[in-house]
Design a binder for this molecule. Structure first.
Ligand SMILES: NC(=O)c1ccc[n+]([C@@H]2O[C@H](COP(=O)([O-])OP(=O)(O)OC[C@H]3O[C@@H](n4cnc5c(N)ncnc54)[C@H](O)[C@@H]3O)[C@@H](O)[C@H]2O)c1
Length: 271
Protein backbone atom coordinates (compact mmCIF):
# COMPACT_ATOMS: atom_id res chain seq x y z
CA UNK A 1 0.00 0.00 0.00
CA UNK A 2 2.88 2.34 0.82
CA UNK A 3 4.16 2.34 -2.74
CA UNK A 4 0.70 3.07 -4.16
CA UNK A 5 0.25 6.04 -1.83
CA UNK A 6 3.67 7.39 -2.86
CA UNK A 7 2.59 7.10 -6.50
CA UNK A 8 -0.63 9.03 -5.86
CA UNK A 9 1.13 11.83 -3.96
CA UNK A 10 4.08 12.21 -6.33
CA UNK A 11 1.87 12.25 -9.41
CA UNK A 12 -0.26 14.91 -7.72
CA UNK A 13 2.84 17.13 -7.47
CA UNK A 14 3.85 16.61 -3.84
CA UNK A 15 7.48 16.18 -2.78
CA UNK A 16 7.50 12.72 -1.14
CA UNK A 17 9.91 11.10 1.31
CA UNK A 18 9.49 7.32 1.13
CA UNK A 19 10.74 5.77 4.34
CA UNK A 20 11.15 2.05 5.08
CA UNK A 21 13.06 0.47 7.93
CA UNK A 22 15.70 -0.79 5.51
CA UNK A 23 17.11 1.21 2.61
CA UNK A 24 16.95 -1.87 0.33
CA UNK A 25 13.18 -2.09 0.94
CA UNK A 26 12.73 1.60 0.20
CA UNK A 27 14.76 1.20 -3.01
CA UNK A 28 12.78 -1.88 -4.03
CA UNK A 29 9.57 0.10 -3.47
CA UNK A 30 10.94 2.88 -5.67
CA UNK A 31 11.76 0.29 -8.36
CA UNK A 32 8.13 -0.89 -8.13
CA UNK A 33 6.98 2.69 -8.55
CA UNK A 34 9.18 3.09 -11.66
CA UNK A 35 7.64 -0.06 -13.12
CA UNK A 36 4.12 1.12 -12.40
CA UNK A 37 4.75 4.54 -13.99
CA UNK A 38 6.37 2.87 -17.03
CA UNK A 39 3.14 0.92 -17.58
CA UNK A 40 1.13 4.17 -17.55
CA UNK A 41 3.53 5.62 -20.16
CA UNK A 42 3.23 2.48 -22.34
CA UNK A 43 -0.56 2.75 -22.22
CA UNK A 44 -0.37 6.40 -23.20
CA UNK A 45 -1.86 7.57 -19.91
CA UNK A 46 1.22 9.46 -18.73
CA UNK A 47 3.85 11.43 -20.65
CA UNK A 48 7.53 10.61 -20.22
CA UNK A 49 8.03 14.14 -18.94
CA UNK A 50 5.38 13.72 -16.22
CA UNK A 51 6.80 10.31 -15.28
CA UNK A 52 10.28 11.82 -14.82
CA UNK A 53 8.85 14.72 -12.84
CA UNK A 54 6.91 12.36 -10.54
CA UNK A 55 10.00 10.21 -9.92
CA UNK A 56 12.10 13.33 -9.35
CA UNK A 57 9.81 14.31 -6.48
CA UNK A 58 10.46 11.07 -4.54
CA UNK A 59 13.41 10.53 -2.22
CA UNK A 60 14.00 7.29 -0.34
CA UNK A 61 15.45 6.80 3.10
CA UNK A 62 15.68 4.43 6.03
CA UNK A 63 15.96 7.32 8.51
CA UNK A 64 12.81 8.31 10.32
CA UNK A 65 14.44 11.70 11.02
CA UNK A 66 14.24 12.56 7.32
CA UNK A 67 10.48 12.92 7.74
CA UNK A 68 11.09 15.89 10.05
CA UNK A 69 10.28 18.56 7.47
CA UNK A 70 7.13 16.86 6.05
CA UNK A 71 3.82 18.70 6.43
CA UNK A 72 1.91 15.40 6.28
CA UNK A 73 3.10 11.88 7.18
CA UNK A 74 0.99 8.86 6.20
CA UNK A 75 2.00 5.63 7.90
CA UNK A 76 1.16 2.38 6.15
CA UNK A 77 2.99 -0.28 8.15
CA UNK A 78 1.65 -3.70 9.11
CA UNK A 79 -1.91 -3.73 10.57
CA UNK A 80 -0.83 -4.15 14.19
CA UNK A 81 -1.82 -1.68 16.91
CA UNK A 82 1.33 -2.07 19.03
CA UNK A 83 3.60 -1.47 16.00
CA UNK A 84 1.58 1.54 14.88
CA UNK A 85 1.47 3.04 18.40
CA UNK A 86 5.23 2.77 18.68
CA UNK A 87 5.63 4.42 15.27
CA UNK A 88 3.31 7.30 16.17
CA UNK A 89 5.35 8.01 19.33
CA UNK A 90 8.47 8.13 17.17
CA UNK A 91 6.83 10.28 14.49
CA UNK A 92 5.61 12.71 17.15
CA UNK A 93 9.20 13.02 18.37
CA UNK A 94 10.84 13.62 14.98
CA UNK A 95 8.21 15.64 13.06
CA UNK A 96 7.66 19.41 13.25
CA UNK A 97 4.93 20.26 15.76
CA UNK A 98 2.83 21.67 12.88
CA UNK A 99 2.86 18.40 10.89
CA UNK A 100 -0.26 16.32 10.42
CA UNK A 101 0.15 12.61 11.19
CA UNK A 102 -2.16 10.19 9.39
CA UNK A 103 -2.68 6.45 9.31
CA UNK A 104 -3.72 4.23 6.41
CA UNK A 105 -5.12 1.64 8.84
CA UNK A 106 -8.06 -0.38 7.56
CA UNK A 107 -9.75 -0.88 10.94
CA UNK A 108 -7.68 0.02 13.97
CA UNK A 109 -8.87 2.78 16.35
CA UNK A 110 -7.28 6.01 15.12
CA UNK A 111 -7.83 7.68 18.51
CA UNK A 112 -5.41 5.18 20.09
CA UNK A 113 -2.69 6.40 17.71
CA UNK A 114 -3.63 10.05 18.27
CA UNK A 115 -3.30 9.64 22.05
CA UNK A 116 0.27 8.35 21.66
CA UNK A 117 1.24 11.83 20.44
CA UNK A 118 1.36 15.33 21.87
CA UNK A 119 -0.80 16.51 18.97
CA UNK A 120 -3.96 14.37 19.06
CA UNK A 121 -5.85 17.17 17.29
CA UNK A 122 -3.50 16.77 14.26
CA UNK A 123 -4.03 13.02 13.77
CA UNK A 124 -6.59 11.35 11.50
CA UNK A 125 -7.05 8.41 9.14
CA UNK A 126 -6.41 8.76 5.41
CA UNK A 127 -7.48 5.34 4.17
CA UNK A 128 -6.56 4.52 0.58
CA UNK A 129 -7.82 1.41 -1.23
CA UNK A 130 -5.83 -1.26 -3.03
CA UNK A 131 -4.31 -0.58 -5.55
CA UNK A 132 -4.16 3.04 -4.42
CA UNK A 133 -3.36 4.62 -7.83
CA UNK A 134 -6.39 2.90 -9.43
CA UNK A 135 -9.01 3.18 -6.70
CA UNK A 136 -10.90 6.47 -6.53
CA UNK A 137 -12.06 6.31 -2.90
CA UNK A 138 -10.27 7.62 0.19
CA UNK A 139 -11.93 7.38 3.61
CA UNK A 140 -11.08 10.33 5.86
CA UNK A 141 -11.39 8.99 9.39
CA UNK A 142 -12.24 11.48 12.12
CA UNK A 143 -11.23 10.43 15.64
CA UNK A 144 -12.91 12.25 18.56
CA UNK A 145 -9.68 14.21 19.07
CA UNK A 146 -9.25 15.63 15.53
CA UNK A 147 -9.45 19.36 14.84
CA UNK A 148 -11.68 20.55 12.02
CA UNK A 149 -8.60 21.90 10.22
CA UNK A 150 -6.99 18.43 10.28
CA UNK A 151 -9.98 16.86 8.55
CA UNK A 152 -10.12 19.74 6.04
CA UNK A 153 -6.40 19.33 5.21
CA UNK A 154 -6.73 15.56 4.84
CA UNK A 155 -9.70 15.99 2.54
CA UNK A 156 -7.84 18.60 0.46
CA UNK A 157 -4.87 16.23 0.15
CA UNK A 158 -7.10 13.35 -1.05
CA UNK A 159 -8.79 15.64 -3.58
CA UNK A 160 -5.41 16.90 -4.84
CA UNK A 161 -4.52 13.22 -5.42
CA UNK A 162 -7.60 13.01 -7.67
CA UNK A 163 -9.54 10.91 -5.14
CA UNK A 164 -13.10 11.12 -3.91
CA UNK A 165 -12.96 11.48 -0.13
CA UNK A 166 -15.74 10.34 2.18
CA UNK A 167 -15.73 11.20 5.86
CA UNK A 168 -16.37 8.60 8.52
CA UNK A 169 -16.24 8.32 12.30
CA UNK A 170 -13.43 6.42 13.95
CA UNK A 171 -15.23 3.09 14.21
CA UNK A 172 -13.68 -0.28 13.26
CA UNK A 173 -13.92 -0.99 9.53
CA UNK A 174 -15.06 2.57 8.76
CA UNK A 175 -17.57 2.25 5.88
CA UNK A 176 -16.10 -0.09 3.28
CA UNK A 177 -14.52 -2.80 5.43
CA UNK A 178 -17.49 -2.79 7.82
CA UNK A 179 -19.65 -3.85 4.89
CA UNK A 180 -17.10 -5.84 2.88
CA UNK A 181 -15.48 -8.16 5.40
CA UNK A 182 -18.51 -10.18 6.53
CA UNK A 183 -18.99 -10.96 2.81
CA UNK A 184 -15.34 -11.96 2.27
CA UNK A 185 -15.35 -14.03 5.45
CA UNK A 186 -18.55 -15.81 4.39
CA UNK A 187 -17.00 -16.66 1.03
CA UNK A 188 -14.22 -18.51 2.88
CA UNK A 189 -16.90 -20.20 5.01
CA UNK A 190 -18.58 -21.52 1.84
CA UNK A 191 -15.25 -22.81 0.54
CA UNK A 192 -14.39 -24.39 3.89
CA UNK A 193 -17.78 -26.14 4.08
CA UNK A 194 -17.29 -27.49 0.54
CA UNK A 195 -20.47 -25.79 -0.68
CA UNK A 196 -18.72 -24.67 -3.88
CA UNK A 197 -15.25 -24.59 -5.38
CA UNK A 198 -12.90 -21.61 -5.31
CA UNK A 199 -13.43 -20.90 -9.00
CA UNK A 200 -17.21 -21.23 -8.79
CA UNK A 201 -17.48 -18.93 -5.74
CA UNK A 202 -15.47 -16.26 -7.55
CA UNK A 203 -17.25 -16.78 -10.87
CA UNK A 204 -20.63 -16.54 -9.10
CA UNK A 205 -19.89 -13.14 -7.59
CA UNK A 206 -18.33 -11.79 -10.79
CA UNK A 207 -21.18 -12.98 -12.99
CA UNK A 208 -24.06 -12.68 -10.52
CA UNK A 209 -23.22 -9.31 -8.97
CA UNK A 210 -21.07 -7.84 -11.72
CA UNK A 211 -18.16 -7.49 -9.26
CA UNK A 212 -14.84 -7.05 -11.09
CA UNK A 213 -13.23 -9.68 -8.88
CA UNK A 214 -14.43 -12.66 -6.84
CA UNK A 215 -14.11 -12.62 -3.03
CA UNK A 216 -11.29 -15.17 -2.83
CA UNK A 217 -9.23 -13.33 -5.45
CA UNK A 218 -9.89 -10.11 -3.54
CA UNK A 219 -8.69 -11.66 -0.26
CA UNK A 220 -5.48 -12.64 -2.07
CA UNK A 221 -5.06 -9.06 -3.23
CA UNK A 222 -5.67 -7.59 0.23
CA UNK A 223 -3.38 -10.18 1.89
CA UNK A 224 -4.69 -12.91 4.19
CA UNK A 225 -2.69 -11.68 7.21
CA UNK A 226 -4.06 -8.15 6.74
CA UNK A 227 -7.55 -9.63 6.29
CA UNK A 228 -7.34 -11.61 9.55
CA UNK A 229 -6.07 -8.47 11.33
CA UNK A 230 -9.04 -6.52 9.92
CA UNK A 231 -11.55 -9.19 11.01
CA UNK A 232 -9.98 -9.41 14.47
CA UNK A 233 -10.25 -5.64 14.92
CA UNK A 234 -13.90 -5.74 13.79
CA UNK A 235 -14.66 -8.65 16.11
CA UNK A 236 -12.94 -6.92 19.04
CA UNK A 237 -15.10 -3.86 18.54
CA UNK A 238 -18.52 -5.42 17.79
CA UNK A 239 -18.39 -9.03 19.11
CA UNK A 240 -20.53 -9.97 16.13
CA UNK A 241 -19.96 -13.58 14.91
CA UNK A 242 -20.05 -12.38 11.29
CA UNK A 243 -16.65 -10.82 11.98
CA UNK A 244 -15.07 -13.90 13.58
CA UNK A 245 -12.38 -15.00 11.10
CA UNK A 246 -13.22 -18.39 9.57
CA UNK A 247 -10.68 -21.01 10.76
CA UNK A 248 -9.45 -21.71 7.20
CA UNK A 249 -8.45 -18.05 6.78
CA UNK A 250 -6.46 -18.11 10.02
CA UNK A 251 -4.83 -21.47 9.19
CA UNK A 252 -3.79 -20.26 5.73
CA UNK A 253 -2.25 -17.15 7.30
CA UNK A 254 -0.29 -19.27 9.76
CA UNK A 255 0.90 -21.42 6.86
CA UNK A 256 2.23 -18.32 5.05
CA UNK A 257 -0.36 -18.57 2.27
CA UNK A 258 -0.88 -14.82 2.36
CA UNK A 259 -2.05 -14.24 -1.21
CA UNK A 260 -0.33 -12.31 -3.99
CA UNK A 261 2.46 -10.87 -1.86
CA UNK A 262 3.53 -14.41 -0.84
CA UNK A 263 3.07 -15.89 -4.34
CA UNK A 264 0.29 -18.18 -3.09
CA UNK A 265 -3.02 -17.85 -1.30
CA UNK A 266 -6.32 -19.13 -2.63
CA UNK A 267 -4.61 -18.90 -6.04
CA UNK A 268 -1.04 -19.68 -7.10
CA UNK A 269 0.82 -16.66 -8.55
CA UNK A 270 4.21 -18.33 -8.99
CA UNK A 271 3.53 -19.80 -12.42
N1 LIG B 1 -3.76 -4.66 1.72
C1 LIG B 1 -4.78 -3.86 1.47
O1 LIG B 1 -5.60 -4.14 0.59
C2 LIG B 1 -4.95 -2.59 2.24
C3 LIG B 1 -5.88 -1.65 1.80
C4 LIG B 1 -6.01 -0.44 2.50
C5 LIG B 1 -5.26 -0.20 3.62
N2 LIG B 1 -4.36 -1.16 4.05
C6 LIG B 1 -3.60 -0.87 5.26
O2 LIG B 1 -2.29 -0.48 4.87
C7 LIG B 1 -1.36 -0.88 5.88
C8 LIG B 1 -0.28 -1.74 5.25
O3 LIG B 1 -0.92 -2.85 4.64
P1 LIG B 1 -0.22 -3.69 3.47
O4 LIG B 1 -1.26 -4.55 2.88
O5 LIG B 1 0.59 -2.80 2.62
O6 LIG B 1 0.72 -4.61 4.37
P2 LIG B 1 2.05 -5.41 3.99
O7 LIG B 1 2.14 -6.52 4.96
O8 LIG B 1 2.07 -5.70 2.52
O9 LIG B 1 3.18 -4.33 4.25
C9 LIG B 1 3.43 -3.82 5.53
C10 LIG B 1 4.83 -3.26 5.52
O10 LIG B 1 5.09 -2.67 6.79
C11 LIG B 1 6.43 -2.95 7.11
N3 LIG B 1 6.62 -2.73 8.54
C12 LIG B 1 6.26 -3.53 9.56
N4 LIG B 1 6.59 -2.94 10.74
C13 LIG B 1 7.16 -1.75 10.43
C14 LIG B 1 7.72 -0.68 11.19
N5 LIG B 1 7.75 -0.74 12.51
N6 LIG B 1 8.22 0.40 10.54
C15 LIG B 1 8.19 0.48 9.18
N7 LIG B 1 7.69 -0.52 8.40
C16 LIG B 1 7.19 -1.60 9.02
C17 LIG B 1 6.65 -4.38 6.64
O11 LIG B 1 8.01 -4.66 6.47
C18 LIG B 1 5.90 -4.34 5.30
O12 LIG B 1 6.74 -3.90 4.25
C19 LIG B 1 -2.16 -1.61 6.96
O13 LIG B 1 -2.50 -0.69 7.98
C20 LIG B 1 -3.40 -2.06 6.20
O14 LIG B 1 -4.52 -2.23 7.02
C21 LIG B 1 -4.18 -2.34 3.38
Amino acid sequence: MGSGIVECASRAGYEVVLRSRRLETAEATLAGLEKSLAKHVERGKLSEEDRDAALGRVTVTAELGELSSCDLVIESVVEDLTTKKHLFRELDRVCESSALLATNTSTLPVVELAMETNRPDQVCGIHFFNPAPAMSLVEIVRPLTAAESTIAEARAFAEACGKTPVEVKDQAGFIVNHLLFPYLNNAVRLLEAGVASRDDIDAAMRGGCNFPMGPLALLDLVGLDTSVAILDALYDEFRDPHYAAVPLLRRMTTAGLLGRKAGKGFYDYRK
